[in-house]
Design a protein around this ligand. Structure first.
Ligand SMILES: Cc1ncc(COP(=O)(O)O)c(C=O)c1O
Length: 466
């Protein structure tokens, strides 16, 4: 760390280095440089402990949708802490925010998704969905329906089962996987389609592949298909037109349940509280939600299920068993109060309307980066975007991992006052949904300068010939 840093900041840096195991830690570089310390925030900006103001192109981790430093959120949270900081929601106990927020979620969720099981993170929401699906099929008298189909490059979290659903190869290195229940089909990647297929051909292929996979596993053994409407951490992959509707039709044909993981796409990121139906024509059996549900102010997640699933899991069992599962902090009153206030802010400020209006401008401006030699693709929708950096635009060949192209661009951007998230050779942009066109202009011009600086570095170091 820099030498002219106040003593207390140095101590924090040292405590972190000595004691924190960070998620997704590259221990080698961590041990070399430690962590950047982020300490304050306002609107779309973060201030690090060294006084630098940074435009946050990541909304934390796709989550601070309403932006930072909202006093109304602080007041709602404080009020609830004083009224009732915690009570259990096990069995027949509830709290006012727990019930009110569930009713709000049911109001916004499509179709007959009217019942909410709470948890505190996206991984837990997905784990809960799978446990519930298994319980559902047992109750239906179809106990063989246990297999879950997910997709290569999907990201569904990092609890044991959610990590199994996640299909990103790099995240599996060195870990064990659940392989009995979970199976994967191909990724809908139109930038890197298999065998150079057109988007239409790719869509036909993927729909048929899912059908074949269900048949191979035996429809009587398949419980559910899980998919993000737009794949996030796997590379912000927007599927070919009609993909979701057609895969849902395949699932319905075989009685397979559908789970739409809206942990990232929900709460305004694509201009709707839930994107499944308005953007993709989907009416899933289950929606999982987290992140923007509370804009990251407090940990909160929801598994939202249909009347039919609810009626099935709530019917009395002959063996006397009950739906014995849940978490201490399910429906936590303070987190639900934060959820209610977050939703109220989204509604009152018409944040979804802002995203629908400004989102296309963001897409258009980012696409201007396509003239840079290093940029192979710019894709995404509204406030969920990604730049894919390549070594060769024609062949789409990726630079070797040691080029650390995404990291370098992110570092250059941070030095220039903006945060963009590196994922391998990609840079992901998922800003707070309140971002203005001026801030978008700054973000895009900073990214351009950072990619150019990276091109210069790579050329100078002989890693890239342009
Ligand atoms: C689509 C999706 N699902 C689930 C998760 C897991 O959420 P969490 O990290 O809150 O457990 C994430 C996290 O990024 C995600 O992007």
């Amino acid at each position: 760390m820099a030498t002219n840093v106040p003593q207390d900041i140095q101590e924090i840096w040292q405590m972190d280095l000595d004691h924190v195991i960070h998620p997704f830690q590259d221990f080698e570089s961590f041990k070399e440089t430690g962590s950047d310390i982020m300490s304050k925030s306002e609107g779309s900006h973060i201030f690090d402990a060294y006084g630098n103001k940074l435009l946050d192109g990541c909304a934390g981790l796709w989550c601070v949708n309403i932006g930072y430093g909202r006093k109304e959120m602080a007041a709602a949270i404080a009020e609830q802490v004083v009224d009732l900081a915690y009570y259990s929601t096990f069995g027949q106990l509830t709290t006012p925010p727990t019930a009110k927020f569930a009713a709000k979620l049911a109001e916004y969720a499509p179709g007959k998704l009217n019942h909410i099981m709470y948890s505190t993170g996206g991984s837990m929401a997905n784990d809960t969905a799978i446990r519930m699906v298994h319980y559902y099929w047992n109750a239906k008298g179809q106990p063989n329906r246990k297999k879950i189909i997910s997709r290569v490059d999907a990201y569904h979290g990092m609890t044991y089962l959610a990590a199994g659903l996640t299909g990103i190869e790099f995240d599996r290195i060195g870990f064990d996987q659940e392989e009995e229940i979970i199976h994967h089909v191909s990724v809908p990647n139109v930038y890197r389609p298999r065998d150079g297929m057109s988007p239409e051909e790719l869509c036909d292929f993927l729909v048929q592949e899912l059908d074949d996979k269900i048949q191979e596993l035996g429809p009587e053994n398949v419980a559910a298909f899980i998919a993000e409407p737009i794949m996030g951490a796997g590379g912000v992959l927007v599927p070919p037109e009609g993909y979701h509707k057609r895969t849902q039709d395949v699932c319905r044909k075989y009685g397979v349940l559908t789970i739409s993981d809206e942990v990232v796409t929900g709460f305004g990121r694509l201009g709707h509280i839930f994107a499944s139906e308005p953007v993709f024509g989907l009416t899933p059996d289950i929606i999982t939600s987290a992140k923007g549900i509370s804009s990251g102010y407090l940990p909160l997640a929801a598994t939202i299920v249909t009347d039919e699933i609810y009626d099935t899991i709530s019917a009395p069992r002959e063996d006397g068993g009950i739906y014995s599962t849940g978490f201490t902090y399910a429906g936590h009153p303070v987190c639900c109060a934060a959820g209610l206030k977050n939703l109220e802010i989204i509604e009152n400020e018409d944040i979804c309307g802002h995203v629908l209006k400004v989102g296309p401008y963001f897409e258009e401006q980012l696409k201007t980066l396509m003239d840079l030699p290093l940029v192979g693709d710019v894709r995404g929708k509204c406030f969920m975007m990604c730049v894919e950096n390549v070594g060769n635009k024609e062949t789409k060949e990726i630079l070797p991992p040691e080029a650390r192209v995404g990291d370098r661009i992110a570092k250059h951007a941070q030095e220039r006052g903006a945060l963009v998230r590196p994922i391998g050779h990609l840079n992901v942009l998922s800003p707070p949904l309140i971002m203005t066109t001026d801030e978008i202009d700054f973000l895009v011009s900073t990214l351009r300068a950072s990619i150019e600086a990276t091109q210069d570095d790579l050329t100078r170091e002989g890693i890239w010939k342009g």
